[in-house]
Design a protein around this ligand. Structure first.
Ligand SMILES: C[S@@+](CC[C@H](N)C(=O)[O-])C[C@H]1O[C@@H](n2cnc3c(N)ncnc32)[C@H](O)[C@@H]1O
Length: 288
């Protein structure tokens, strides 16, 4: 007997190669993210629930709507949000935060006297849910408490609206904030009164210092002030091809003031690019 499985034909939720190519082309053109054919299963996995929720019979019907029936203006943002990988952590790659604490901030603030007449400006350029930006803010706020008159701000940007909305709440699961050093947890985190929620919120003093906004790193011009002293652009370059990596880093350098610092992820490199940067430590660069 030929029984139809309860979910219908499972192949309905597999992408044909032409439909995958169209989706990958759209994502790459808009964001710079490369989606080689080996990512087909990942794309299917991330869009399957959406296709079902919208009530399309299969991926073919969804892609017809998106590409042939002008659905891209409605669905484009959702596809980008679904495809971006937003994994992050507080104090991820701790060497970077040690360098910020021990070298970059003392050098910028105490030697170059930045942060006293105007706030020192930091940018988390692929911020995800904001753990990186709040980690930067914790380090800078500790520095401010030890150095009277020092002020700072953090701009946190991402292409994905969903993570930016989460970031703006500044609420995180308890297990995620375990990476915050104990003394900082005391100063900068507030446990939810309702312990069944297992949630923690960043204190208002720090929330006031961090602003979230959408910035696509693939844009030709960035809406970011060209007055940054510290930029973290970590674990996003890996999704781009070499030409896009160089273009992004070049635009970031335009936003970074000479003497400022750029941090990239530990598996990322600026080697081979023609950029006004000098290495200060592994994966940390001084803007020339
Ligand atoms: C893996 S997370 C890295 C988060 C954080 N920087 C860290 O290292 O923990 C990568 C982030 O880059 C964002 N992203 C991907 N392409 C982007 C683009 N073209 N412009 C801006 N952000 C982008 C994603 O939405 C995602 O939140």
């Amino acid at each position: 007997m030929n029984e139809t499985p309860p979910e219908g034909n499972p192949d309905r939720f597999l992408l044909s190669r032409p439909d995958f190519d169209k989706l990958a082309g759209f994502v790459n053109g808009h964001t710079g993210i490369r989606l080689p054919p080996v990512k087909k299963a990942m794309v299917e996995g991330r869009l399957r629930r959406r296709v079902r929720t919208l009530g399309f019979a299969d991926f073919r019907a969804y892609c017809t709507y998106v590409f042939d029936e002008n659905g891209l203006s409605q669905e484009g943002g959702f596809i980008i949000d679904a495809i971006t990988t937003n994994k992050t952590d507080f104090f991820r790659e701790p060497d970077h935060f040690r360098f910020l604490t021990e070298i970059a901030l003392p050098q910028l603030a105490l030697e170059a006297r930045i942060g006293f007449s105007e706030p020192l400006q930091m940018w988390s350029a692929a911020a995800s849910v904001g753990a990186e930006a709040f980690s930067m803010a914790m380090v800078a706020n500790d520095f401010a408490q030890a150095h009277k008159g020092f002020r700072f701000s953090v701009l946190a940007t991402d292409i994905c609206m969903e993570v930016l909305q989460k970031a703006a709440t500044a609420i995180y699961p308890d297990d995620m904030v375990e990476a915050v050093p104990a003394a900082m947890r005391q100063r900068y985190l507030m446990r939810s009164r309702d312990r069944s929620l297992a949630e923690t919120r960043i204190v208002p003093e720090l929330r006031q210092r961090v602003r979230f906004a959408r910035q696509n790193l693939n844009d030709a011009v960035y809406a970011v002030p060209r007055t940054q002293h510290v930029v973290f652009c970590r674990n996003v370059l890996i999704y781009f091809d070499k030409a896009m990596q160089e273009a992004v880093l070049s635009r970031i350098c335009e936003c970074l003031l000479p003497g400022g610092y750029l941090f990239v992820g530990h598996s990322e490199t600026v080697a081979g690019f023609s950029l006004p940067l000098r290495q200060a430590a592994p994966t940390i660069f001084l803007r020339l």
